[in-house]
Design a protein around this ligand. Structure first.
Ligand SMILES: *[C@@H]1O[C@H](CO)[C@@H](O)[C@H](O)[C@H]1NC(C)=O
Ligand SMILES: *[C@@H]1O[C@H](CO)[C@@H](O)[C@H](O)[C@H]1NC(C)=O
Ligand SMILES: *[C@@H]1O[C@H](CO)[C@@H](O)[C@H](O)[C@H]1NC(C)=O
Ligand SMILES: *[C@@H]1O[C@H](CO)[C@@H](O)[C@H](O)[C@H]1NC(C)=O
Ligand SMILES: *[C@@H]1O[C@H](CO)[C@@H](O)[C@H](O)[C@H]1NC(C)=O
Ligand SMILES: *[C@@H]1O[C@H](CO)[C@@H](O)[C@H](O)[C@H]1NC(C)=O
Length: 237
């Protein structure tokens, strides 16, 4: 009788131990789609990201610069990526959009991401389309890199953006007239790029914009802008 009771309680505690350990690993670790996305991102960058190692730490929430929320439903979601000044080189999967078999649209799956920061690296190529699917993004900081090409219309997708800093890159041609849907945008810095032509109407007419920094481009018509007409509190044209 004593043995039976012992055996039963042994079974029960083994069950609970197993249950707790499996549920904690699935609930406390990062969401598996986010893990795959970050692994893909680090694989396609030309340089290793220090502090990102899926073998040493399979929980991407533990990786340097990664912030996760505390949801426990299907793993913790990655909500912030802070990879500023990390000497990263190469392209953020420039050709992701074309290569949709093999390499996935890594970043696009981090749907909970609201803060993305890659400033102060040596990243080049165009901004990958995956970024334009991060519809919860509130802050995008990619200043001080070597991104080039146009800023694409896809920026219109980021309707929750509050801060956008693309300054000190090699972005060129005209700024897209795609800011009308960015109804929360308060700060936009695009200084020291190669932008030409007129500032788009949708920037001029933005009711939410409070800070606009455009100096050191080849934009025209800026002389007619006025802070009070645009409701800006800070500007550098
Ligand atoms: C992205 O999400 C889709 C749908 O949930 C999934 O099929 C795909 O494998 C995910 N990709 C990555 C890299 O996690
Ligand atoms: C993640 O970090 C937590 C605490 O910071 C630690 O207890 C846990 O072991 C780490 N997990 C992995 C897989 O490194
Ligand atoms: C905008 O977001 C939608 C929904 O995620 C997506 O289907 C579309 O491709 C995005 N547009 C661009 C230009 O990325
Ligand atoms: C102006 O921008 C170019 C890149 O477009 C940069 O090389 C240069 O240093 C910038 N000049 C100033 C004064 O910021
Ligand atoms: C101007 O900006 C302030 C916040 O800085 C806002 O409360 C106000 O509604 C704006 N005015 C217009 C006309 O958009
Ligand atoms: C800009 O201002 C100048 C001088 O005040 C004026 O002649 C010109 O018509 C204005 N241009 C536009 C597009 O408003």
């Amino acid at each position: 009788m004593g043995f039976r009771r012992f055996f039963l309680s042994f079974l029960l505690s083994a069950y609970f131990l197993f249950d707790v350990s499996t549920s904690s690993s699935s609930s406390l670790a990062c969401n598996s789609n986010d893990l795959k996305a970050l692994t893909g991102l680090s694989n396609c960058l030309g340089s290793l990201i220090a502090g990102w190692n899926s073998v040493a730490s399979p929980d991407c929430c533990n990786w340097t610069g990664v912030t996760c929320d505390s949801s426990i439903v299907s793993g913790r979601r990655v909500v912030g990526l802070e990879l500023g000044s990390r000497k990263l080189k190469g392209k953020i999967c420039e050709s992701l959009a074309d290569l949709d078999q093999g390499i996935p649209k890594d970043l696009a799956n981090c749907t909970s991401l609201h803060h993305l920061s890659f400033h102060g690296n040596y990243l080049s190529g165009s901004l990958p389309d995956g970024v334009f699917q991060l519809q919860n993004l509130r802050e995008l900081h990619i200043q001080d890199n070597r991104f080039s090409g146009p800023l694409k219309n896809g920026i219109a997708n980021l309707s929750n953006l509050v801060k956008l800093d693309i300054s000190s890159n090699l972005f060129s041609v005209i700024l897209p007239d795609a800011f009308g849907s960015l109804t929360r945008l308060e700060q936009f810095s695009a200084s020291s790029n190669l932008f030409i032509g007129r500032l788009p109407r949708s920037v001029v007419n933005s009711p939410s914009l409070q800070m606009l920094v455009l100096k050191n481009n080849s934009l025209s018509g800026l002389i007619n802008l006025s802070c009070s007409a645009m409701n800006l509190s800070q500007s550098w044209f």
